[in-house]
Design a protein around this ligand. Structure first.
Ligand code: ZN
Length: 553
């Protein structure tokens, strides 16, 4: 089989003569110690929700989970330590196993063979091309990854403290190297997600005796998914973190198939859009949301790693002090406004329902739930007084819509599409909506409402983030994305579509944009240094990026 998707061609991994495509046929599953087994044991492990009992195999002194995941001694806890709720402890732990600012220092152990070093370099380039993660040669950092030779392919999950090994024997191919770096970044196995039974079937009778534990969901082992870094984005059977159908098979028959009985080949060519989406959900945490309040005032809201939202207003000359809006929020927020003294804020809660909080005058409401099942951050817009249109990506990766008409919230309805990012929505006037998402080929897809829904259509582009969009007048649209080079790219409509053009910058995650008035734009990004940056279009020129001094990490 030959994959020719655009995201592969971008990486220079296109099929054909002279290509450097890695092995298409994946190993049945990555293993730390192929062919070896050991006693199944349990121990209490520090997780984001307190101590949990985890099952593993003890092989050569290591604690091996699901074949290739290693538990670090520093993650173990004495039995009987009281469990704490995620609201008390989760945020801190959730933040702490992520690498600060997505920056992973690394070294090659001196005995790592040159061809394996070349493979790791290719895997690093792949990660840096498709995500905001940066692997940098270590100087003096205390926490770092050591790429080393040894038995099998294995890694710890997330930053565990000190030097942590990613072990790659010669038989580990490039796809497996990308997979093991995925564990080090903080990803778990896709097929153990708490929601996997809705997507795949496990064939227990075909599993090697003693390995059944490796097919439990993380929920069955006491995890709730999100706080530990699984269940990010939508379920993706093509994820590079997914087992193959033959993982730990005792009889050559599949141990895991799709709901329709299809085989899972164990995709190890590269990160899928679903994988990059999961990484951005794990690490972005704070893509800003902004909205115009009136001709001079803006409102912005960001999420920080303590899972709270923080709100601030531009009063014409300065940003006001941030207000802690609380919440237990797992997504970037959305913001809408239909009047100068009205702000509506939306975000996704731990149960994936959409949460809503609003400010009328100077009074904030409590958080309330609008239900739904979101696998992305929400987006919202108001095209008139007392009107809100809300969109999210659902569990089926389609976009779902819900509207407030001043009296009631209408029910959730699907408007189709196949999104690999959160949607964005804008409006240039009453009863008009323009919705944008990133599609499976990383191009931007567009759908409009103008009295009826129009079909999805592609606007091209190559996005490494969700899009942002605004409309400063009738028949005017401005769209922003983060490109593969980390810069922000812009496309406009004023009756015709103009080409994508770069606005520069070195950014993390998705941009945000709003318009204070006709022919004006205010855009916001999180820079690769973790701080919030702003750039404006004044009607005649771009101002260039300037630092707001607001830390977003
Ligand atoms: Zn693995």
């Amino acid at each position: 089989m030959c994959f020719t998707a655009a995201w592969l061609a971008l990486a220079g991994w296109a099929c054909g003569s002279g290509s450097t495509a890695p092995e298409v046929v994946a190993p049945a599953v990555e293993q730390a110690f192929p062919g070896e087994s050991g006693p199944v044991q349990t121990a209490f492990v520090a997780t984001a929700r307190g101590t949990r009992e985890v099952t593993f195999q003890r092989i050569r002194g290591e604690r091996v989970v699901e074949g290739d995941i290693l538990l670090a001694p520093g993650q173990l806890r004495p039995e009987g330590v009281a469990q704490s709720s995620h609201s008390a402890q989760g945020a801190t732990t959730h933040g702490s196993y992520r690498w600060p600012q997505g920056r992973i220092p690394y070294v090659f152990r001196s005995d790592l063979p040159a061809d394996t070093q070349a493979e790791v370099n290719a895997a690093i380039n792949h990660w840096q091309h498709f995500t905001s993660i940066r692997l940098v040669p270590r100087t003096t950092e205390a926490n770092y990854v050591v790429f080393q030779p040894g038995s099998g392919c294995s890694s710890y999950v997330g930053m565990v403290g000190g030097a942590q090994a990613v072990t790659l024997e010669a038989a580990c191919n490039l796809g497996s190297a990308v997979h093991e770096i995925g564990h080090a970044v903080g990803l778990w196995h896709e097929q153990s997600r708490t929601d996997r039974d809705a997507h795949v079937n496990i064939h227990w009778q075909n599993i090697q005796p003693g390995m059944e534990y490796a097919f439990q969901t993380y929920r069955e082992r006491g995890f709730n998914g999100y706080w530990e870094g699984s269940d990010l984005g939508g379920y993706d059977v093509r994820s590079i973190m997914h087992y193959t159908s033959w993982a730990f098979s005792v009889n050559g028959q599949p141990t895991i198939t799709t709901k329709s009985g299809g085989l899972i080949e164990g995709h190890r060519i590269g990160l899928t859009p679903g994988d990059t989406d999961a990484v951005e959900e794990l690490y972005e945490g704070s893509t800003p949301a902004v909205v115009r309040l009136d001709a001079t005032r803006l409102a912005r809201v960001v999420r920080k790693p303590n899972t709270h939202l923080y709100y601030s207003e531009w009063n014409g000359s300065a940003w006001t002090a941030e207000v802690d809006l609380g919440g237990t929020i797992r997504s970037s927020p959305a913001i809408a406004s239909w009047a100068p003294d009205r702000v509506d804020i939306f975000a996704i809660g731990v149960d994936r329902a959409v949460l809503h909080k609003f400010k009328q005058g100077t009074v904030w409401s409590e958080w309330g739930s609008l239900g739904g099942y979101a696998t992305s951050a929400p987006a919202a817009v108001s095209w008139g007084p007392n009107r809100i249109d809300l969109v999210v990506r659902g569990g089926d990766n389609a976009i779902w819509h819900r509207a407030w008409d001043g009296v009631v919230w209408h029910g959730w309805g699907s408007i189709g599409g196949l999104a690999t990012s959160a949607p964005t929505v804008t409006s240039w006037g009453p009863d008009r909506l323009d919705i944008f998402v990133r599609g499976g080929d990383n191009a931007i897809q567009h759908k409009a409402w103008a009295g009826r829904w129009y079909d999805w259509g592609s606007l091209g582009g190559s996005a490494t983030s969700a899009p942002a969009a605004t409309a400063w007048g009738v028949n005017r649209l401005d769209i922003l994305i983060r490109g593969p080079d980390g810069a922000i790219w812009h496309k406009a409509w004023n009756g015709v579509w103009h080409d994508w053009g770069s606005l520069g910058g070195s950014t993390w995650g998705a941009p945000a944009v709003t318009a204070r008035g006709v022919n004006q734009l205010d855009m916001f990004v999180r820079g690769s240094d973790g701080f919030l940056y702003q750039q404006a279009w004044t009607g005649s020129q771009w101002t260039g990026w300037y630092l707001l001094g607001v830390p977003m990490y």
